[in-house]
Design a protein around this ligand. Structure first.
Ligand SMILES: [Zn+2]
Length: 123
């Protein structure tokens, strides 16, 4: 992947085929220089034409959220099955309110796109 310099993706998500694209993969990572999240969407049309789109910062987050239901499998899922029960790959935060002993508390979770969830803290 490329932003301020060339760097290795943290994870690669392979997306389902569509009527238009034979291959779609989404590489995600953080630029080691400016620390911004970067997503690269690589798509191959049935005609063989390759399309690449880059998403930087908040738009990288947005594209991953948008495509999360289209993920077939990821590189980390096939390589790192030992982390199965904990969130891995690209994580996002989720807040849930809960009433504990009559008081409203916010539970913060880290989630991944495979349904794994880990509580980070309760406030
Ligand atoms: Zn950068």
């Amino acid at each position: 992947m490329r932003h301020c310099c060339q760097f290795k993706a943290d994870d690669i998500y392979y997306l389902y085929e569509t009527a238009v694209y034979t291959t779609r993969k989404l590489s995600v990572g953080f630029c080691p220089i400016c620390k911004k999240p970067i997503a690269e969407l690589y798509k191959v049309l049935f005609s063989g034409t390759v399309e690449r789109e880059y998403f930087i910062g908040i738009s990288a987050d947005n594209i991953i959220h948008k495509l999360k239901n289209e993920i077939n499998y990821s590189a980390s899922k096939s390589n790192l099955s030992k982390f199965k029960s904990k969130p891995y790959g690209w994580k996002y935060g989720e807040n849930k309110s809960a009433v504990i002993k009559g008081k409203e508390r916010i539970k913060q979770y880290a989630c991944d796109f495979y349904g794994n969830k880990e509580i980070i803290k309760t406030i």
